[in-house]
Structure formats: C-alpha cells, structure tokens
Design a protein around this ligand. Structure first.
Ligand SMILES: O=C(O)CCC(=O)C(=O)O
Ligand SMILES: [Fe+2]
Length: 446
C-alpha cells in the first residue's frame, strides 16, 4: 500500500522544485498527470510556470549529485522510476536522520493562487447509488449488528495503541506513514505455512522484518463472516474480468477473506496518501472489502487517465464520506484504474458509539479494516525475487491500460523500501500462463 507510485512521484517533484516555487499537492498531481508521470517534466513545468522566477538549479545536475541516481529505461512506463544497481557504499549520513512524517514531505507549500483548474471539481458521492454510478466501488450501510460494530471498534482502538507507523525509504529519505497499521491472518484461512504468512505480513510493513501476523480477534472473525457473505453476493451480480480468480470446484465462495489489514486514524490530520494497493498476493482485478468504524472520514478516489485518453478527458476526484459501520467494496478494476486516499481534514466530527463503554463516550478515531483475499495462485512461494534476492511486488501498468483483457502487470524490485532507497532495476512483465497461475475467469492473454 504505502510505498506507492503517487506518493513517491509527488515527493520527488517537490524535491525538484525550486525553493521559491510554491505549489499545492493538487497542482503537483495535476502536473504529473499532464506529463504522464514524468517527474522531471512535471517539476520543470511547475518551475517554469509563470516564468517569473529565475532558475537557480539545473535538474540534471541535481539528479547527478544525488546518491541514488534515478534512471528511466527506454522500454518502461513513464510512471516508473528505477535506480542504479545496489550500491556497496556505506550508509549515507541521511540514514541517521529520524523518519519524517510522509505528509510533511508532501505538504511543503500552500496552494498556488495562480493555479488554473485542469480537472472538473471533486464530486461528493453521498449515497450508495451515487457510489455505484460513478466508481468501481459499492457502499453498504449498517452492515454489522450495531452491538458488534461497537465491540469491534473498541477492540481495534485498544489494539491500535500497540500498532506502529509504517516506515520506508523514498530514495534518500526515510518517511513515516501518518497513521498506525497492523496486519492479521485468519486462522485456517491460508493455504500454506507460517513462513508464507510471515512473508506476506512483512510485505504489508513495506518490507520490514516483523513478528508473525496477528490472528483475527473474535469480533473481527464475526464481522468477517458477514463481510464475506456480502462480498460474494455482490460478486455474483457483477460482470467479471478475465484475469480474476475463478474459484475452486466444490467451494461455495469465490472470495475468501483470508487476511485483513487494519488502520487507525486518530484525529483529523492522520491520513493515507493517494495510492493503489499493490497486487503481489491479491493478483489482478482483486476485490477488497473495506470496513469503516468510528469517526466518519472522507474516502477519495481519483482515476488515473490512460495515456491515450489524456487529450480527451481529465481525472475527477470522487469524495465518499464513510460513516461508522459501513462497508466499501473496491471491486475488480479499482486498483487498476483509480488511486484512493484518506485525505487529512481541517476538522472532523467526533463519533459517539451507540453501545458506549462508558456513558457519553466519544472518539476521534476511525478504524478501517480491509478484508483481503490472498489468492492461492499468488502464494508467497510463487513470487519472483529481484536481483537483490528480495520478493518483488506486482504493479498494474495503469497508464497504458486499454480493455481490461490485455493490460500488463509488472514484477518490480521492492528492496529499496528498506535498504536506504537502494534497489535494482528488476522489471519483469507478469505472464499468467508461463508462471502457471489460475484458474481465472477468462482467457489469459498477456
Ligand atoms: O482507511 C481506508 O479506508 C483506506 C486504507 C487503505 O487504503 C489501505 O490500507 O490500503
Ligand atoms: Fe489502499
């Protein structure tokens, strides 16, 4: 999740902006979209915009002076940055710097007054019908019995006191996610060994060494049974994509929530930046069921416009308020087409549980639990390793997608997230047939 293209690209653009160039995150995002995710071009565009300021730094020389050179191969997507082979040099002095909150990297300047809108204004999707109409998500209100929803909320709020903030390297900077997170594996939910789950959990924490994943608490298991039923009902109604998991003969359910990740956002400022979830164990066209408990926050969705369509349409942001005890299902194609985020807010309403632990209890916490189906054919043992001998991650080629049938996915190096930003240039296309994956819904043509 967190070490994603968008956050990384935005932070890189900021790092290339001249000190007197004041740009909002939205302006940086727009510049990236306009320049096909090309960091240098976006930064150059923003630096030159208005032409009022004199350039003091040459971008190429800036890049040339960095310890980790960013190189772009001719055959790769513009969104993609790779780094030179792993360096054998000693850790840089930057490794001694404390981790920086990611949002302080992203929010370095107030909005630019001269910014011209390039996208339609955000649209509020205020009810399930609108969510279904405008996005690849469905929204389900009051999904759990009220008592269970409150019990699970309290269980997770208490547990979250012990959770950490993900930390990872953005090139030469150690950044920290502005919310706390934890990863759970369902008892008997997994085909495979404890080692496999350990590796899957490690991936959730951006490649950091970790304890074995936690088991589902009893209230999470109760909720999971309800969520699983609802997701499978929805799946049966929907048109499916060729690379989706076809299910196994004799099994009632296609989609099984065998893992879950939980996030706690305490207060209005805690957030998660725009990203699409990595598909390493989920496979293409995955379905993710996201339960919201406690304080209401906005869930933001923004489409990534494919290159061939960017002349004819621009992306719109959709904002979905997520009330307590609601389930948002990110259906197949959501991770391929959209980035999602929980943006920071200037203020928020407190949540008052219907079954309070103490009278008149209130909370400023939002708990999110994403129930996920780690596919048997994307088992940790089947994940290719890069030249650094670290399991790769699977990313969709969002900007070159076309029809949902022949779209490409790439296995890419992930070592840099924990190795002071140093990774390798491993960049392999995923081939379902050659890699022996499936069964899938339709023909696998890559
Ligand atoms: O909190 C949410 O609703 C979103 C969380 C999320 O995007 C993630 O964990 O990948
Ligand atoms: Fe996510």
């Amino acid at each position: 999740m967190s070490t994603d293209d968008t956050e990384m690209l935005i932070a890189l653009v900021y790092s290339l902006l001249q000190s007197n160039s004041r740009q909002s995150e939205e302006a940086v995002l727009d510049a990236l979209v306009q320049h096909n995710g090309n960091v240098e071009a976006a930064a150059q565009y923003l630096n030159n915009r208005g032409k009022k300021r004199k350039r003091t730094n040459d971008l190429t020389s800036w890049l040339g002076n960095k310890p980790n050179k960013i190189v772009k191969r001719d055959d790769e997507d513009d969104m993609t940055l790779t780094r030179k082979s792993p360096s054998t040099s000693k850790p840089s002095s930057s490794s001694k710097k404390p981790a920086v909150n990611l949002m302080t990297v992203l929010r370095q300047a107030p909005p630019s007054p001269s910014k011209k809108p390039v996208s339609p204004p955000p649209l509020l999707l205020s009810n399930p019908a609108m969510v279904e109409q405008h996005s690849p998500c469905t929204m389900h209100l009051s999904v759990l019995p009220h008592e269970l929803a409150c019990r699970l909320f309290y269980t997770m709020v208490d547990a979250s006191r012990g959770w950490g903030r993900n930390k990872w390297w953005l090139f030469d900077r150690l950044v920290e996610s502005p919310h706390r997170t934890s990863f759970f594996a369902r008892e008997n939910g997994a085909e495979g060994s404890a080692d496999a789950w350990q590796e899957a959990a490690r991936f959730w924490y951006n490649g950091r060494m970790t304890e074995p994943p936690l088991e589902f608490p009893a209230s999470m298991e109760e909720a999971c049974v309800i969520v699983e039923r609802l997701v499978n009902e929805e799946l049966r109604k929907r048109q499916r994509f060729p690379l989706e998991w076809a299910g196994q003969p004799g099994l009632e359910y296609i989609w099984r929530a065998n893992v879950a990740a939980s996030n706690c956002y305490e207060g209005a400022k805690e957030c998660v930046g725009p990203h699409s979830d990595q598909m390493t164990y989920l496979g293409p066209y995955c379905t993710i069921a996201s339960l919201s408990l406690g304080a209401r926050r906005i869930f933001s969705l923004r489409e990534v416009i494919p290159k061939q369509e960017k002349e004819t349409r621009s992306a719109q942001t959709f904002n979905i308020p997520l009330p307590h005890n609601s389930l948002t299902i990110m259906h197949a194609s959501c991770q391929e087409r959209f980035k999602h985020s929980i943006p920071p807010q200037s203020s928020m309403d407190l949540y008052r549980p219907s079954h309070p632990r103490v009278p008149n209890d209130t909370s400023n916490c939002r708990i999110n639990i994403t129930f996920r189906f780690y596919r048997p054919d994307f088992h940790p043992s089947s994940i290719p390793r890069c030249k650094c001998d670290v399991p790769t991650i699977l990313r969709p080629d969002m900007k070159n997608r076309t029809d949902g049938k022949t779209d490409k996915y790439w296995w890419t190096c992930y070592a840099g997230a924990q190795n002071e930003g140093k990774g390798c240039d491993f960049w392999n296309i995923m081939d379902m047939e050659k890699e022996g994956r499936g069964p899938v819904v339709g023909e696998t043509t890559v």
